[in-house]
Design a protein around this ligand. Structure first.
Ligand code: 2V2
Length: 285
C-alpha cells in the first residue's frame, strides 16, 4: 500500500534510544587490551558485526555525562573516525560498543612495520592524510578530540587509519590524566596554551596532529626522546620544536612546522592542512 494509505504512528521517528544496545545482542570474545577505562574486548553484535567493547571500570569515568554525550557521538560518522555504535547503559559496568579495527593502534602498527613502512613515504603521507580527513570532519562539527596521538588512532584492513576515542578525555575521572601536572597528561602533544591554561580547541588538536605526523614519519618514535615532561614544557614554551625526521621530505616538514606555531590562530585549520597535504602528495608521487 502507498505510504498515504497507512497512517503514520505518532511515535514515528522518535529514536527508541537507538544509541542503547541490548547486551543480549553482544557476544564477547578475546580481550584486546586495557585503556583508560578498563578492559576492551572484541565481540560480535547481532551475530555478524565485528565490534570492540569497552567495559567501563567503576570510578574511571563520569558515566552519566558520557551517556548523555553518546547520543551526539553516535551521530559523528566519517570513514576516518572509529564509529561509536552505541552503549549498554542499563546495567553496570556500562559497555561502549564501537567498530572493530583489526590491526590495532597506529603507534604499534608503525613500530611493528618500521622496516617496510620506513621506506614507503607515500604510505606514511597517506596515513597522515586519512587522520587529517577525520579531524577535518570533527573540526567542521566543532568537535575537539583533546588527546590526538598515534596511540589513539587505529588501523584496519588495506592500511585504513581512523581516529578513535575523540572527546572521551572529558569524561576521565583520573586527575593524573586530566590535570596538566599529572603523570598521565599527554604533555608531549600539548601546545603552550594547553600547558599554561588547558585551553583546548581545534587548533590545539592541530598542534597534536603535527606531533602525530612526526610519530608517523619516525615510525613510532617517542617525541623529544627521553626528555622529562618538565624539560619538554620548558622547550615548548621557548619555541623549540621537533626536528625533521630522516624519512620526511622538506615539504612535509614545512606542513608539520605550521602546526607548531606558538599562537593558535596562526596554525592552519584541518581543512587547510588537508588541501596542503594532498597537494604535497600529488607533487611527490
Ligand atoms: C587488534 N585490534 C585491536 O586491538 N583493535 C582495537 C583495540 C581497541 C582498544 C583496546 C584496548 C584499549 C583501548 N584504549 C586505548 N586508549 C584509550 C584512551 C582513552 C582516552 C580517553 C585517554 C583518550 C580512552 C579509551 C581508550 C581505550 O579504550 C582501545 C582503543 C579499540 N578498538 C576499537 C579496536 O578496534
Amino acid at each position: 500500500a502507498s505510504p498515504c494509505d497507512r497512517p503514520v504512528p505518532p511515535t514515528a521517528g522518535l529514536s527508541h534510544d537507538k544509541w542503547e544496545i541490548d547486551p543480549a545482542e553482544l557476544h564477547l570474545l578475546e580481550e584486546l587490551g586495557s585503556g583508560q577505562f578498563g578492559v576492551v574486548r572484541r565481540g560480535k553484535w547481532r551475530g555478524s558485526i565485528d565490534v570492540a567493547v569497552k567495559m567501563m571500570k567503576e570510578g574511571t569515568m563520569s558515566e552519566d555525562d558520557f551517556i548523555e554525550e553518546a547520543k551526539v557521538m553516535t551521530k559523528l560518522q566519517h570513514q576516518n573516525l572509529v564509529q561509536l555504535y552505541g552503549v549498554c547503559s542499563k546495567d553496570r559496568p556500562i559497555y561502549i560498543v564501537t567498530e572493530y579495527m583489526r590491526h590495532g593502534s597506529l603507534l604499534n602498527y608503525l613500530r611493528r612495520h618500521e622496516t617496510t613502512l620506513g621506506v614507503n613515504v607515500g604510505l606514511l603521507l597517506d596515513m597522515c592524510i586519512q587522520v587529517c580527513k577525520g579531524m577535518a570532519y570533527l573540526e567542521r562539527h566543532n568537535y575537539i578530540h583533546r588527546d590526538l596521538a598515534a596511540r589513539n588512532c587505529l588501523v584496519g584492513s588495506e592500511n585504513v587509519v581512523k581516529v578513535a576515542d575523540f572527546g572521551l578525555a572529558r569524561y576521565v575521572l583520573d586527575d593524573q590524566y586530566t590535570s596538566s601536572g599529572g603523570t598521565k597528561f599527554p604533555i608531549k602533544w600539548a601546545p603552550p596554551e594547553v600547558l599554561n591554561y588547558t585551553r583546548f580547541s581545534s587548533k590545539s588538536d592541530v598542534w597534536a596532529y603535527g606531533v602525530l605526523m612526526w610519530e608517523v614519519f619516525t615510525c613510532g618514535k617517542m617525541p623529544y626522546g627521553r626528555l622529562k615532561n618538565t624539560e619538554v614544557v620548558e622547550r615548548v614554551q621557548r619555541g623549540l620544536i621537533l626536528e625533521r625526521p630522516k624519512a620526511c621530505f622538506k615539504e612535509v616538514y614545512e606542513v608539520m612546522r605550521k602546526c607548531w606555531a606558538h599562537c593558535p590562530e596562526v596554525r592552519p585549520s584541518f581543512r587547510v592542512l588537508k588541501e596542503q597535504l594532498i597537494n604535497v602528495s600529488q607533487g611527490l608521487l
